[in-house]
Every structure is written in structure tokens, then in C-alpha cells.
Design a protein around this ligand. Structure first.
Ligand code: AMP
Ligand code: MG
Length: 398
């Protein structure tokens, strides 16, 4: 059996970013940048005022009266340079006139139409935003692999990029297998259970920022599994759940091999999980996840999500990990490493972790409550007060 790290290493060593494409900046949120962005502009383009007030020469200031010789609003240029003993009315964002080197906020003066009375001296540079204080022309501002969030997108707009080159998003074909599965829209008959994995995996794929394609439910028959996987060959990744264990009806591996897949790994020492298949089929990664709903979700988190992020061009592939204090016992019986569902709560300067409930791999309810997965070595009981490492799955509210 492989360790989680060995399995992940095998998976990532066989996963590469897809080709690139240009997208409209308005649709670029969450995508991985595929070009180096060098600033072709100076931001801000000229010295400007950070306050509404009066543009002055710092050396003229003190307890003095200055003549107001102009008015500069944002979006216009000063009509002439500022001479000694003069001030100009100026508004936030408006360019400073030549000769001026400071702004006195309007709150600090007494003003009439033609004159302004200052109370104190001001330093050169006061309330002036220098040209290029944010970015200079030629600065490297974003690098390939960076995830485009709100700040990056705002920045690209500031630099004039209407379109941007990003890595293509993988399409992931999702197959559920099992004679017992009744798909959504069908009432489960005798001996049947509802198909959950298609929907949780679809949502996980979407959360990872990539595109799901649903292949439906295959019966535990080679021809049905093969036929549906074959439909999935239009996708960049195949993802199935169930049917990868050792029972006679566990046919997913056989179906993959029949289609020409090369399988690289099968068993990983973890709980939940263990049977997970990873292989390559005509150049695309294929994953056979275990069938139990929690096992499918957890193995997706640990193995599939990082692979999808890499294919989508991202540099950061992994969820954050934090150290938390156990608030109650977290036992991990058995020799496999545990990824146990925990709820996190803020306790002073620390995070506290407690199990969300029964850890059976079919108990999806305890996944609903889980903020993260506590990583616990085999045959270990974490006792209250111990520190435990937690893989954080969702945004934490403190
Ligand atoms: P298997 O690996 O095929 O033996 O499946 C393991 C367990 O997961 C069995 O109890 C299955 O009924 C259950 N299971 C498999 N696929 C799904 C699914 N799509 N939705 C819900 N439960 C599933
Ligand atoms: Mg089955």
C-alpha cells in the first residue's frame, strides 16, 4: 500500500497543465494566468492629490494667505504652473500643477473665492500621490500560474487588458457505478439506494473551478461501464466512483484496462479511502474513487482536486493546513492514516477541533458539518489538549 504522499506524487508527476486560451477579462475570475503581465502603464499616470483641498508650494506655507489662481477637477489638466505665493483649488485624483509639491486639505484652511488662509506649514509631498507609486511601466506585476481573483482582475483592467491568456479548464466526466443506484428523479426501488456521488463529485468539480460532464449511472456490467467511459473520452479527465474494490462486481479497473488504460496505483493507506485507482487512458488521467460517499469526497479532495488544479494551470494545489487543539478525543483505530471529519471553532488565539460525529465512510451527514479533516496517524488516539493537524476544507468564520 502506498502512503498518501507517494500516491499524490505519482498522480501529480503524470499531470500537466492543459493548453492556453484567451478569455475576456470579465470571465477570467478564478482562472490561472498563462502569461507574464508587464505593466505598460504608470499607475497613477501623474502626481495627483489624495484629498480635496489646495495645491501649494510647501515652502510658501505657514500662517499665510495665498491667492487662489485656478481650479483643477479630476479629469482635467491644470491650466498653468503654480507660481510663488499662489494656490489652486484641487480635488481628489486631479493632477498637481507644475510648481506645486503639496496639498493642504480643505478642512485645514479658511477660504474665500480668491484667497485661502493656511494655519500651518506643510511638508513637501503632503497628500500627493506620486506618479507610478502603485506600478511603474516595465514592472512585472503578475506571473504565470497566479490565480485571478478580484484584485488581479481590477489590476488587469487598470493596465488596459480587455482579454487575458489563461490555461484552459479541464472538463471532467463523472461516472457512478452500481446496480443498486437509483438516479435523481427516480424513487429508489427495493434494494436500491439514491445515487449521491454523481452530485457531490459534480459540486466538488465545480468548486475546484473546472467543468463537470455527467455520464450517469452504469450497472455493474463491463459493457455498460465501458460504453459510458467511452462517452467520457471527450473530456480531459475521467472520474468514476465505486466498483474498484475486490468483489466480483468491482469491474471499473477491468473496464478501464479493456479501453486501453494503464493503471498506476490502486491502494493507499488511508481511512476513509484505501481503494483508489489512478491511471492514464489515451493521454488523460483517469480516477476510480471508492464508492462510499464520504470516501469518494475525501479521496477527491486529496488526489483529484490537486490534479485538476494543476491541469487548470494553478501553482497552489493544496488546501491550507492548520494546527488545532483537540477539544475532545479523536481516535483513529487501525493502522491506516485517518482523515477525520472535524468541526473547527475559534478559542482565543487558537483553533479547536472536534469530531463531527460517527466517522463511518457512508455517513455523509458528518461531512456536512466538517470544516476540515484532522490528519491522524494510524493506531493513535488524540486526546483533549493535544495538537492535531487539520486540512481546512472551507472558509473559516471566526
Ligand atoms: P462499492 O465500492 O461498489 O462496493 O461501493 C461501496 C459502497 O458505496 C456501497 O455501499 C455502495 O452502495 C455505495 N455507493 C457506491 N456508489 C454510490 C453512489 N453513487 N451514491 C451513493 N452510494 C454509493
Ligand atoms: Mg458496487
Amino acid at each position: 500500500m502506498l502512503t498518501v504522499e507517494e500516491a499524490l506524487e505519482q498522480i501529480l508527476s503524470r499531470t500537466v497543465p492543459l493548453q492556453t486560451e484567451r478569455v475576456d477579462l470579465r470571465g477570467a475570475l478564478g482562472r490561472a494566468l498563462a502569461e507574464t503581465i508587464v505593466s505598460r502603464r504608470e499607475i497613477p499616470p501623474w502626481r495627483n492629490s489624495s484629498m480635496d483641498g489646495y495645491a501649494v508650494r510647501a515652502e510658501d506655507t505657514g500662517e499665510v494667505d495665498l491667492a487662489v489662481v485656478g481650479r483643477i477637477i479630476a479629469g482635467t489638466l491644470p491650466s498653468r504652473p503654480l507660481a510663488r505665493g499662489e494656490a489652486m483649488r484641487i480635488f481628489t485624483g486631479a493632477p498637481l500643477p507644475d510648481g506645486a509639491d503639496a496639498v493642504v486639505p480643505q478642512e485645514d484652511v479658511e477660504a474665500s473665492d480668491s484667497r485661502v488662509r493656511l494655519r500651518t506649514r506643510v511638508d513637501p509631498g503632503a497628500y500627493v500621490r506620486p506618479a507610478g507609486e502603485d506600478v511603474r511601466r516595465g514592472d512585472v506585476v503578475l506571473e504565470p500560474g497566479c490565480r485571478l481573483g478580484a484584485a488581479e482582475i481590477g489590476f488587469l483592467a487598470a493596465l488596459g487588458y480587455r482579454q487575458v491568456r489563461v490555461v484552459r479548464r479541464p472538463r471532467v466526466a463523472i461516472l457512478s457505478t452500481g446496480n443498486e443506484l437509483a438516479d435523481l428523479g427516480t424513487e429508489p426501488g427495493p434494494g436500491q439506494i439514491p445515487n449521491t456521488n454523481t452530485y457531490s463529485l459534480m459540486a466538488q468539480v465545480l468548486e475546484a473551478g473546472v467543468e463537470p460532464i455527467v455520464l450517469g449511472v452504469a450497472a455493474d456490467r463491463l459493457d455498460d461501464i465501458e460504453r459510458r467511459l467511452d462517452w467520457g473520452l471527450s473530456a480531459d479527465v475521467l472520474l468514476s466512483s465505486a466498483g474498484v474494490s475486490v468483489g466480483e462486481l468491482d469491474l471499473v479497473r477491468e473496464a478501464l484496462v479493456a479501453l486501453g488504460a494503464e493503471l498506476h496505483l490502486w491502494k493507499v493507506s488511508m481511512r476513509p479511502g484505501k481503494p483508489i485507482t489512478f491511471g492514464s487512458l489515451r493521454g488523460r488521467p483517469v480516477f476510480g474513487l471508492p464508492g462510499n460517499p464520504v470516501s469518494a469526497m475525501v479521496t477527491f479532495e486529496l488526489f483529484v482536486r490537486p490534479a485538476l488544479l494543476r491541469m487548470a494551470g494553478h501553482r497552489r494545489l493544496h488546501r491550507p493546513r492548520i494546527a488545532a487543539r483537540a477539544l475532545a478525543r479523536i481516535p483513529n483505530p487501525g493502522s491506516r492514516r485517518g482523515y477525520l471529519r472535524v468541526q473547527l471553532s475559534r478559542d482565543g488565539n487558537e483553533w479547536g477541533a472536534r469530531l463531527t460525529g460517527d466517522q463511518g465512510s457512508g455517513i455523509l451527514r458528518s461531512m456536512i458539518l466538517a470544516d476540515g479533516l484532522a490528519v491522524v496517524p494510524g493506531d493513535t488516539v488524540v486526546v483533549p489538549g493535544d495538537t492535531v493537524e487539520v486540512l481546512v476544507l472551507r472558509e473559516l468564520m471566526s
